[in-house]
Structure formats: structure tokens, C-alpha cells
Design a binder for this molecule. Structure first.
Ligand code: AKG
Length: 277
């Protein structure tokens, strides 16, 4: 799928930008499917989760059990105190996660195309498993910032071998909140892990020096581009201050040869084991 020089580039920089990876019609199909899922969503079913006085506990459970579900997450401050949405659900949604690739036929088919499989093989992930998927809306004007982080903080394997695939379903620009990354930043090691503990989720810190954010470079890319991200690569996206959305679909792939710890947030039950391509 990709020449050895690009594999070398990925190993050196920690990311790879592959323009025209996805056909524009396919991008539109995924967008339409996500929009249909939101149209069919009855947000009143979520009121109890987002408005109870135990909101932290209920939202945490809603999130922590979403590794084998198709669940809907909203922009911060999207709900009134009584649990109703301040704006339409279409304008309030932040993302859908985290098992679209297994539970939704359109996303399943897209995620398992031979082209993606071949790319993953080139990146030498043996016996790959599709771990997580997200549809990210990055709404016009209100799409929030995603602060600088490494994906391995949240999805950790031993040895550390996880690849994130970020598909631009629309043009991603400085104005609408494109990705930024620190070239080569993956070689500095893992700064923290987000782990399950008897007292809830906690960050285990290995290195609390700040990110050298002056080294971040903007990855402005056209619709149809795939950005491949090493699990240790520091990256972020800023707020969307434009009046255009910036939809993206992401997939995270691990190898079944690695150890996937039971204290990672995302867990699958025995009824729904992870699957490959
Ligand atoms: O799409 C974005 O804005 C950021 C996504 C990201 O960094 C992530 O999900 O790890």
C-alpha cells in the first residue's frame, strides 16, 4: 500500500499524511450515515445521564462502558440543568464512539476495506485488531479544543504498539480546527497513562514536564486525507472558530500479539471480543 520510504518517514516523524486516501463519495457516505445516526437519536433518553445530581458518576459510566457500544457524546455545556439541550442535537453533538466499526454496517465495511488492511500490514502491525472508532464532528463555532496528548495514554499496550488512523471527511484547516503534531515527538516516551483504579479513573504520571508546544506543526489537509498517528505522538486540535464543520472518522488498531491491560478504560466483554480485518 505504501512504499518503504513512507514507512521510514512514519517511524521517523511519528505520523504520515496520505492525501486522496478516501474517495470523496465515500467521505460523503460516512458523513450521511453519522448524520442519520444523530437524526435517529432520541436525546431524552440521555437526560438521566447528563442531568442527575450524580452527573459525574453517570457520565463516567456512560463513557467507560462505551467500548462495545455506539454512544453519543455532547459538547461541554450542551445541556441545561434540567437535562434539555441548549441547541439542537445536531449542533450539540461532539462525537460518536467507540464501537461503530463493529456495530454499524456502514462503518464496519469502511473500516475493514482491503486498502486499510494493507496499510496496517505495511506498518508492521501483526495480527491486527480494531480497538476503537470515533466519529468526531468538531462543530462550527463551538467545536471544542482537544489538548495535546498521546493516544497511548488512553489506549496502552505492552509493548507499546498502537496506530491511530484519522480520516478527514471534510477539509481540515487552521480555521476549523485541524490536527497539530510534534514531528518526532513519539520518540520521547510515554508521559502518562489513564488507568482504572478502585477509586475511579486516575492519571499515572511518568513525566510531568510540559509539552514543547512551540514544536507543534499544523496538519492542514483536504477532504479524503488519512493521517496515520503513532500512539506516542503528541498531537492536539484547537477550537473550531469558523462557521464550517470539520468532520473526521478515527480508528485505532493494535496487535493481538501485545498485552492489553485490564486497567485500560476501554474493555470488551467476552460476548464481544475485538476483531481484525
Ligand atoms: O479530531 C480531533 O480534533 C482530535 C482527535 C484526537 O486527537 C484524538 O481523538 O486522539
Amino acid at each position: 500500500m505504501i512504499p518503504p520510504e513512507q514507512v521510514e518517514q512514519f517511524n521517523r516523524d511519528g505520523f504520515l499524511v496520505l492525501k486522496d486516501f478516501v474517495d470523496p463519495n465515500e467521505c460523503d457516505r460516512l458523513r450521511e450515515r453519522a448524520e442519520t445516526l444523530v437524526r435517529e437519536l432520541d436525546p431524552s433518553g440521555l437526560i438521566s445521564i447528563f442531568s442527575t445530581h450524580e452527573q459525574n458518576r453517570t457520565t463516567d459510566e456512560y463513557f467507560l462502558n462505551s467500548g462495545e457500544q455506539v454512544r453519543f457524546f455532547f459538547e461541554e455545556h450542551a445541556f441545561n440543568r434540567d437535562g434539555t439541550l441548549k441547541q439542537s442535537k445536531e449542533q450539540s453533538i461532539n462525537k460518536i464512539g467507540h464501537a461503530l466499526h463493529d456495530l454499524d454496517p456502514i462503518f464496519d465495511r469502511f473500516s475493514r476495506t482491503p486498502k486499510i488492511r494493507a496499510l496496517i500490514e505495511d506498518l508492521i502491525i501483526t495480527e491486527p485488531l480494531l480497538l476503537q472508532s470515533m466519529y468526531i464532528f468538531k462543530q462550527p463555532n463551538i467545536g471544542g479544543e482537544v489538548t495535546c496528548h498521546q493516544d497511548s495514554t488512553f489506549l496502552y499496550t505492552e509493548p507499546n504498539n498502537i496506530v491511530g488512523l484519522w480520516f478527514a471527511l471534510e477539509d481540515a484547516t487552521l480555521d476549523n480546527g485541524c490536527l497539530w503534531a510534534i514531528p518526532g515527538g513519539h520518540s520521547r516516551g510515554l508521559k502518562s497513562r489513564w488507568v482504572r483504579t478502585p477509586d475511579g479513573m486516575k492519571f499515572k504520571i511518568y513525566d510531568n514536564t510540559p509539552w514543547p508546544e512551540e514544536q507543534l506543526v499544523a496538519l492542514e489537509v483536504p477532504k479524503g486525507t488519512l493521517i496515520v498517528l503513532h500512539g506516542l505522538l503528541p498531537h492536539r486540535s484547537l477550537e473550531n472558530r469558523s462557521n464550517r464543520s470539520r468532520h473526521a472518522y478515527t480508528l485505532h488498531v493494535i496487535s493481538s500479539r501485545t498485552h492489553y491491560p485490564a486497567n485500560n478504560w476501554l474493555q470488551r466483554s467476552s460476548e464481544m471480543p475485538l476483531r481484525g480485518f
